[in-house]
Design a protein around this ligand. Structure first.
Ligand SMILES: [Cu+2]
Length: 83
């Protein structure tokens, strides 16, 4: 992981939504998809979750010019609670 303290522009942000805690169900909701690059290091992810419960947003980042494999080192699991 590279810590530049600068906005990561032009990266590819790939997201997958799992029903439940990370790696608990492996029940992915739909295919993985790209976050929208808003510029200045901000990326927008739009997702519609109709069922109440806990979800995990598996977030992978491929910095510009880096290989697809680099996403293995730039991975964050973000919890989503639908009430
Ligand atoms: Cu994950």
């Amino acid at each position: 992981m590279c810590l530049t303290k600068k906005p990561l522009t032009s990266a590819q942000v790939i997201v997958g939504i799992e029903k439940g805690a990370p790696m608990s169900t492996m029940n992915m909701i739909g295919p993985m998809f790209d976050g929208e690059n808003l510029g200045n290091g901000e990326y927008l992810v739009k997702v519609a979750l109709n069922e109440k419960g806990y979800y995990t947003m598996h977030t992978h980042v491929i910095p510009a010019g880096k290989s697809m494999h680099s996403m293995m080192f730039n991975h964050e699991d973000i919890g989503i609670v639908v009430k």
